[in-house]
Design a binder for this molecule. Structure first.
Ligand SMILES: [Mg+2]
Length: 205
């Protein structure tokens, strides 16, 4: 893993952000050992270094590394996020807009994160509908980034892996241009569902 991370950093250069995501693959000791070996590579965040339920483990990793610690894709509602924020267990909180309670609930979580000066990056995984939801939430919480001389720009997680459903479901798929995604302006989420694609992927209950 450190060797791969090093090659990625060398390949993309110093000016492109690089984050790592462990999907809770480690315990705190292993996460710290890994983190120390890649700390010099200017890592934007270390996502889910330890199991999501292990708040003390997050605290251990966070206090041992200079890399910001991110977590939250497996947490739900304002009540689930309260201890993570109250205990300052993460530097970046990542509720999944479609799983953590929807737009209204995630706006509340974003308000809480802002009160604790914790960065907020919506977790996005799945269809174009999920991208649209995360994007609209970011559009109304962009100013929530913790205050500083050079505030960190909020970021949209924009999955580019092979995925037959993600683009097909939208009449006009959401795309990025040189890393910038425009918020759709139509009614609701600003997207139109391709009903034919929807029936193609439907599984009879
Ligand atoms: Mg993740």
């Amino acid at each position: 893993m450190p060797a791969i991370t090093r090659v990625v950093r060398e390949t993309i250069g110093a000016d492109t952000g690089l984050m790592i995501d462990a999907n809770h693959a480690y315990d705190a000791v292993a996460a710290i050992q890994l983190g120390q070996r890649i700390e010099e590579l200017d890592i934007g965040w270390f996502e889910e270094p330890v199991p999501p339920e292990d708040i003390d483990g997050h605290l251990q990793v966070k206090s041992a590394l200079a890399i910001p610690i991110a977590s939250g894709e497996c947490e739900f509602t304002r009540f689930g996020f309260r201890p993570l924020l109250e205990r300052h267990a993460v530097d970046v909180v990542q509720p999944d807009t479609c799983a953590a309670g929807g737009l209204s609930e995630c706006k509340k979580i974003a308000d809480m994160a802002a009160a604790y000066s914790v960065r907020y990056a919506p977790h996005v995984w799945g269809t174009g509908i999920a991208i649209a939801a995360g994007l609209h939430l970011l559009a109304v919480t962009a100013s929530y980034t913790p205050p500083s001389l050079r505030p960190v720009e909020p970021m949209l997680e924009f999955d580019q892996t092979e995925h037959p459903v993600r683009k097909a479901l939208l009449v006009e798929p959401i795309v990025h241009r040189s890393g910038i995604v425009t918020v759709p302006t139509g009614p609701g989420l600003g997207i139109e569902i391709d009903r034919d694609a929807l029936s193609r992927f439907r599984i009879a209950a």
